[in-house]
Ligand binder design. Structure first.
Ligand SMILES: [Zn+2]
Ligand SMILES: [Zn+2]
Length: 211
């Protein structure tokens, strides 16, 4: 699915990671990744964050789709650092909080008319079902590449809205103590222990037993 983009993208010049870096991280180029890339750049520009990592940012993503990978790479908000929170509401909405600036913006991705969407969707189903033939497969990846290119090049206003919102970031991930689950004997963060029949066990052991 990877496509090589050999032309210059609008403003990746130096200041922010290039889209190609996101493709390497994500594993393929796709419209979702391009969307996340544009959202991250729009947010960082609106917040006046010159480069990634030079300021503490927190991102709340309301989807867990491909775009989140571009956001992690561009903003430095990552799942492992705890400054990326995913509430999968199935919405292309991303809120970014800049701690030092005490400022936050909400990015909403607009629903755009895509003439080839129906064809792309039906081809995608076939690709995932493994029933696609060579011509259809080529067509699918061609359409995907076109859609990705377009998303990287269209003016920002056509693609998304940026709204300043109150600075009210989610709490940072707290540091957990490690305890040993009495059932499986495996180490687990104390805050994740669950009580089953009056006994504290890990989440896996708390699952209903299937017999
Ligand atoms: Zn993808
Ligand atoms: Zn256990």
């Amino acid at each position: 699915m990877c496509e090589t983009h050999d032309h210059q993208h609008f403003e990746s010049a130096g200041q922010y990671p290039a889209f190609e870096e996101c493709v390497t991280f994500h594993g393929h180029s796709c419209p979702g990744l391009a969307t996340g890339y544009r959202a991250a750049l729009a947010a960082m520009q609106a917040l006046g964050v010159a480069r990634p990592y030079d300021e503490e940012l927190v991102t709340v993503a309301e989807t867990n789709a491909c775009g989140v990978d571009a956001i992690q790479l561009v903003t430095g908000c990552t799942a492992g650092k705890g400054n990326l929170v995913i509430h999968d509401y199935g919405k292309h909405v991303f809120t970014f909080y800049a701690r030092e600036k005490n400022k936050a913006v909400r990015i909403l991705i607009k629903n755009r008319e895509m003439p080839d969407r129906a064809e792309m969707d039906s081809l995608r189903k076939k690709v995932f079902a493994g029933t696609v033939n060579e011509t259809e497969q080529k067509r699918f990846y061609g359409l995907m590449a076109e859609a990705t290119e377009e998303l990287l090049l269209i003016p920002q206003d056509e693609m998304l809205t940026v709204t300043e919102v109150a600075y009210n970031p989610p709490e940072k991930a707290r540091i957990f103590q490690t305890v040993i689950c009495p059932d499986c004997g495996e180490p687990v963060a104390d805050a994740k222990m669950q009580t089953v029949n009056g006994k504290a066990v890990c989440a896996t052991c708390a699952l209903p037993k299937t017999e």
